[in-house]
Design a binder for this molecule. Structure first.
Ligand code: FES
Length: 145
């Protein structure tokens, strides 16, 4: 059976149309890839060092905007003040020896462990380096955020 000339033209037209559609789709993906890569690109933040210049007061803790620094038993540590529930700034209640969130009353130990609350995770802990004078006295702390 031989095909007629109009049928062959129609078949060529369909083939050309579908080829152009595929080429357009591939070209769109090729152009969109760099855009999606750019939108998804994030720069990891650099660590921030905060210096607490003086030795800790007798209360054994020092509250800054971003962290609470505790003297510990010879090993100082710092916990983040951002609540793990919705991000309110937590406070250390010295009389109860707990960290409490003023927004929904999540409670944490001074080490940042969750006691109760709507929060589901512990508070973030930051590394603390103790600075000493040549005589061996504590001159300050460097907290790495
Ligand atoms: S934001 Fe802290 S308990 Fe909700």
């Amino acid at each position: 059976m031989q095909r007629t000339e109009p049928a062959i033209r129609e078949q060529r037209r369909r083939f050309l149309g579908s080829s152009l559609q595929w080429a357009g789709a591939i070209l769109s993906l090729a152009l969109a890839y760099p855009l999606f890569r750019f939108l998804g690109f994030t720069v990891k933040p650099k660590p921030r060092f905060v210096t607490v210049a003086a030795p800790l007061p007798l209360s054994g803790y020092h509250a800054e905007r971003d962290f609470i620094l505790f003297a510990g038993d010879g090993k100082p540590f710092a916990v983040c003040r951002t609540c793990t529930h919705l991000g309110c700034r937590v406070n250390f209640l010295e009389d109860k020896q707990i960290i409490e969130c003023p927004c929904h009353q999540s409670r944490f130990t001074p080490q940042g462990k969750l006691i109760s609350g709507p929060a589901k995770k512990d508070l973030t802990r930051f590394a603390v380096e103790t600075k000493k004078t040549p005589e061996g006295l504590i001159s300050g702390y460097v907290v790495t955020l």
